[in-house]
Design a binder for this molecule. Structure first.
Ligand SMILES: [Zn+2]
Ligand SMILES: [Zn+2]
Length: 254
């Protein structure tokens, strides 16, 4: 039979009297169609098997409450991974908040409102994804929420850009510095020399009305950045280490 080929598909294949596997003679087109049908059937069976497997896994993990089963540890690892990647969101929101307050002209209050708004928007978005998409697909997962900063201060903490500030009280007349403590004298005791009679005696403190009543505060403050922490920050900047390494000239070999 010209143009006919042997088809060994699941329908045409047979064992002959000698026990050898043989195929029916069909046209090339027919064989191609038969092979395609077999492929499709195999694919359907594989999917069904996988679904059965995941079903049994689900009931397993329900019994062990997602703790010890293979899918449980799998789930925990994925959740942990997600949580780790979410720190990127924290960093991005912190950067936006810091920019808004430092360069964008947003006050601390405005920046705080926007940061809280972003947190609520993110929370709502993840909740919508979880309840409308993941749960109907059988994935009972609460997406781990990123811990975004809610005010300017925690923004700076998250970015580690809050400098260490040394605050001192400063005499408004002679500019002598005093540590900011409860025992700050009311009047400046500074003398030009130890034997001098005249003391500066300028008023160092004043009263300020606050929500918690009237408090005594220094009349003038002088603040500096802690040099050691500033140096650490400076040397940690990208590129500095390479520049130091480049500037180092190894001693000439004699
Ligand atoms: Zn066939
Ligand atoms: Zn003084």
């Amino acid at each position: 039979m010209p143009g006919k080929v042997q088809c060994c598909c699941s329908k045409c294949g047979y064992y002959d009297d000698n026990g050898a596997f043989r195929g029916r003679k069909v046209s090339r087109q027919a064989r191609a169609m038969h092979e395609k049908e077999d492929e499709l059937r195999k694919a359907r069976e594989t999917t069904r098997d996988n679904m059965k497997e995941s079903d049994t896994e689900d009931s397993d993990s329900e019994q062990s409450e997602r703790a010890a089963g293979p899918s449980g540890s799998h789930f925990n690892a994925a959740e942990e991974n997600c949580r780790r990647e979410m720190t990127l969101i924290t960093h991005m929101v912190a950067m936006l908040g810091a920019w808004l307050n430092l360069a964008g002209g947003g006050s601390q209050t405005t920046t705080g409102v926007i940061l809280k708004g972003i947190a609520i928007i993110l929370m709502t978005a993840f909740k919508i994804i979880s309840t409308t998409l993941l749960k109907p697909l059988g994935l009972d997962i609460d997406i781990p929420l990123p811990h975004t900063p809610r005010d300017v201060r925690s923004t700076y903490n998250a970015l580690s850009i809050e400098p260490t500030i040394i605050r001192t009280a400063c005499c408004p007349k002679c500019f002598t510095l005093y540590p900011l403590r409860n025992d700050l004298p009311d009047h400046c005791p500074w003398k030009e020399s130890r034997r001098a009679h005249k003391v500066c005696s300028a008023s160092l403190t004043m009263q300020r009305r606050t929500k918690n009543g009237v408090v005594v505060v220094p009349r003038r403050q002088y603040s500096t950045q802690d040099f050691r922490s500033w140096l650490e920050f400076f040397l940690n900047r990208p590129g500095i280490e390479e520049m130091i390494a480049k500037s180092y000239v190894p001693p000439l070999l004699s």
